[in-house]
Design a protein around this ligand. Sequence first.
Ligand SMILES: [Zn+2]
Length: 112
Amino acid sequence: MMNQKNVSGIGNMYMHDILFKARLHPQKKISNMDGDQIKLLYASITDILNLSRQKGGFAYEGDFFGQKGGYTRDYFLVGYKENQPCPVCGEAIELIKTGSTSSFICPACQKL
Ligand SMILES: [Zn+2]
């Protein structure tokens, strides 16, 4: 899932929250998802990218953290919130290794 070939053009920083919203584990393969999970995934992508665009964050992805008043960390659900409580269940958010990159997940909401 974190493979840019599968979901091209979506920055890694958005993927954490997209997968969280869809309640999908980052190491789950698209080929193993059922129809409902795929629908949920696409709905999550749309939600997060719309929010980002509203905040003016998407166009500035390259220097995202230097942007003021855009799509800041405050809008993240689980991304970059290691050890903070999950907004849904309160479980501590974990940073896990997913291949060459890392992912922030709620271990209770996002089961492999
Ligand atoms: Zn949770």
